[in-house]
Design a protein around this ligand. Sequence first.
Ligand code: CUK
Ligand code: CUA
Length: 676
Amino acid sequence: MAVTRRELIQGAAAGAAGLVVGGVVGNAVGGDGEGGGGGSSGLSGRAADIAKERGLSPDDVARAVKTYVPGGKKDEFVILSSGGHSGQMLAIGVPSMRILKVIGVFTPEPWQGHGFGADSSDSVISAGTDFTNKVASKARGPLTWADTHHPGISETNGEYDGRWVYINDRANGRIAMVDLRDFKTKQILDVPNLDSSHGGVFVTPNTDYVHISTKIPTLVDRVNIEKSLDNVAQAYRGYSTWLKVDPKTGRMDVSQSFQIEIPPYWQDLADCGKLVSDGWGFVNSYNTERAVGGNLEGKPSLEVGASQNDFDFLHIINWKKGAEVAKTKSKVINGIRVIPMDVAVSEGLLYLAPEPKSPHGVDVAPNGEYISVGGKLDPHVTIYAWSKIQKAIDDKNFEKKDDYGVPVLKFDAIVAGQVEVGAGPLHTQYDEKGHGYISLFIESAVAKFTLGEPYFSGDKAFKLVDKVSINYNIGHLCTMEGDTVKPAGKYLVALNKWSIDRFLTVGTLKPQNFQLVDLTTEKMEVLSDMPIGVGEPHYVQAIRADRLKAWEVYPVGTDPLTFEKSPTAAEKDKEKIERKGNTVEIWTTVTRSRFKPDTVKVKEGDKIIWHLTNIETTPDATHGFSIPRYNVNISLDPGESVTTEFVADAKGAFAYYCTEFCSALHLEMQGWLLVS
Ligand code: CUK
Ligand code: CUA
């Protein structure tokens, strides 16, 4: 019996159609084939009995003990994870791999009242789409979706300082900033001239700037759009963007920022130099062929056209000098200062280095000297030496200029070593002892290799030393504080795209899989799996938990956008309702277990300005404020003050209520909005 999609959506025919759900081949739960039981686990008494009963091997028990964090005890590290195309971020404890929070960023997040009427989040989300300088569909309104890839934690002297974290939107060329005092999003910046983004967010060692660059180059010839793909070399451009960070608020200030125009290659990942290479940035590219596809017209598909060259280009950018050059030799395009490519070349801001076949990751080692690049279609990791790059620049040791006149450094003059690591190398992270760890996408493995001086010398340098299989298809990986000047080692998290058979089946869309890998043993070992069921995380950064200084409560009346007392905060015993013409302004205090006032009467068509302050000082004493049918849903953390504005355009009795089970009388925590 055929069922139309509409019937299914309306639910009318589902029963009659006899829809079959399931019929799936079940997963065997537990037991990873290592057999064994409690008897051989070296445990005794109760623990041995439990291990035996659950079929856990001695290794299982050891892994469990390494990662178990008892209730009330805290994790040693926190990873701040991209939420992929969920548009959010995640905070996860390590080694327990427990999710501590889903942070609402680009996408409304009901639990946090992010984007459902609170001015403090609505204003951030709506300012995140620039309708003036960038293209956006007015009919579809502000963007409420993002493809988040790379979180970047603020740094002081090259170490994470726990103040802010930034994350890019690969899809729409945007950056968000989350303040780690309250783990809330304070700014979404629609970066001028970026139709998409990838090389970000990477933070300079003292958070002077955050970097982001184009992924797919931006159309600049807006006259001949229809013909633009026949003329990509001229009609499109890339931009390396250096956004100035306000040292007090962490917000990015476009007026103090600048871009460097770069060729229309497909720029990919980036990283900022540190220590010896501080002041410089590195941006990968692929598709230097500038292929555009056209497979319906009989031309090669894009991926074929983009994989012809044996070498693509690493962009080497002097941002410190760029900041000076931008003051005098830039032009403002769409609200930001842009240094034209020819100026960037003549001023010595931009160089290229050949990098093997379709590279993906570029990662600067803790000492700033080594720069590792994984070529997706090359089995090697290529390690450049900053000192050699500098010398080649000084000696003008160029092998040629590219089509845009940018000098290309001689490959042999700048490479310190290459290590054959395996199939599909992507991203590298480091430990404190001079090892690199690189993800192998095709091989589903992590390879560990050695760097050169001062860590390793002679035939010990640039060697593959260990490998561990992961499950499956690893993208990024992250060692603890592994991209700072002082890595903490200890653990590595593998960010795997596929989980296949690792978890119970919960439908056809499967979760991604994070795997925790032990770095304290001679051989790397996978300790645990963690399903990520909210989007495809790309990158994470891991910060020592003791560097985070998150607030327990806000001082009463705080506006979360400013961290200052809100001038419109409602105060205890000064609650009131004021009418001026068609505008009704309400000051409401919120505490266990009441809203005051609990009755508000307005007329249809009135404009409502409603200030709400949670006057609690007890940690965790959060209240909600939701107005049914008006799509208002606000979270008021202890001390928080927010305002919501709307037009009372629907008549009726609306029983507003608290959405958090806050007290024994939570169910009574309700009020009336009468619109007559
Ligand atoms: S990317 Cu996704 S696995 Cu955007 Cu850093 Cu490499
Ligand atoms: Cu306040 Cu429930």
